[in-house]
Write a protein that binds this ligand. Structure first.
Ligand SMILES: Nc1ncnc2c1ncn2[C@@H]1O[C@H](COP(=O)(O)OP(=O)(O)OP(=O)(O)O)[C@@H](O)[C@H]1O
Ligand SMILES: [Mg+2]
Length: 252
């Protein structure tokens, strides 16, 4: 069986420190896997290795069974790996709508000639507006991205990611820094992606209630190694998570 995404013995060393240590894991389409672990466990670094932001010291990344270990980050993104970066994807001086429209357009370019791109300009705008509705930013469509409050900028980033329609979505603490009333919008979007059943979703999240509610599976990283992998209830109850992650001392 071919996984949508798979890492094989994926490893990176920074000097003497092994930040991600021989992580082998496959991810099925239509599932949401939560990646948990203490601060410094290697979660963000694991994402950086998958998206190509960092070169692996050893090991492989496979997308739909094909080795993409040597592809650049932009090439991986074109192949269907989607990652929200904290605000670095935004064009600050363009409006909210223009930011999303560009993402829709870059997606629409795939397999289309210039004529059909221009002739479907109205469709691009319509799709961009649909995405803005979904991320609850329709009323802010004409504001430059740089002028948005932080929480709205994060929502816009998720909107851009949605517009790009990757096969694999990677969310690294997507609700960090958001006010309580903004969090449900993002969770609803992730829930919606899950319902589509064709997307592969990886979510790094510290809030265990969110993890419990959204995930089909949890993997635990600790000191760069994969130390637990399984059904959410089972992993949350495991001594390694109770002890190493939640800080609860488990009597042996
Ligand atoms: N570019 C780098 N150079 C050197 N060390 C790095 C680099 N990036 C990450 N590290 C180290 O790798 C380890 C893993 O960091 P990482 O950011 O992946 O942890 P994390 O699990 O995402 O933590 P958090 O929950 O705090 O976000 C840490 O010890 C960190 O200091
Ligand atoms: Mg991190």
């Amino acid at each position: 069986m071919t996984f949508a995404l798979e890492t094989q013995d994926l490893t990176i060393r920074f000097g003497g420190h092994v930040a991600v240590n021989a992580v082998s894991c496959g991810f099925q389409p239509g599932t949401l896997t939560a990646i948990v672990g203490p601060n410094g466990a290697g979660k963000t670094t694991y994402f950086n290795l998958i998206s190509g932001q960092l070169p692996a010291t050893s090991g492989r990344v496979l997308l739909h069974g094909r080795d993409i270990s040597h592809a650049s980050a932009p090439a991986r993104s074109r192949k269907g790996i989607g990652r929200a970066f904290q605000l670095t994807n935004l064009f600050p001086y363009l409006t909210v709508l223009e930011n999303v429209r560009l993402a829709v357009q870059s997606r629409a370019h795939v397999g289309l000639n210039m004529w059909s791109v221009w002739s479907s300009h109205k469709d691009l705008i319509a799709r961009a507006e649909e995405v803005l509705e979904a991320v609850a930013l329709a009323s802010k469509r004409d504001i430059p991205a740089a002028a948005l409050p932080h929480g709205d900028q994060r929502k816009l980033e998720v909107g851009i990611l949605m517009a790009l329609e990757p096969d694999v979505f990677m969310f690294d603490e997507p609700t960090a820094g958001m006010s309580v009333d903004e969090v449900p919008v993002i969770l609803e979007l992730i829930r919606g992606l899950k319902c589509r059943k064709d997307k592969t979703i990886l979510l790094v999240e510290h809030k265990m209630d969110v993890v419990r509610e959204l995930s089909d599976r949890i993997i635990v990283l600790h000191n760069g190694s994969l130390v637990a992998d399984g059904e959410p209830a089972e992993v949350i109850a495991s001594p390694i998570v109770q002890e190493a992650y939640l800080g609860v001392e488990v009597k042996k």
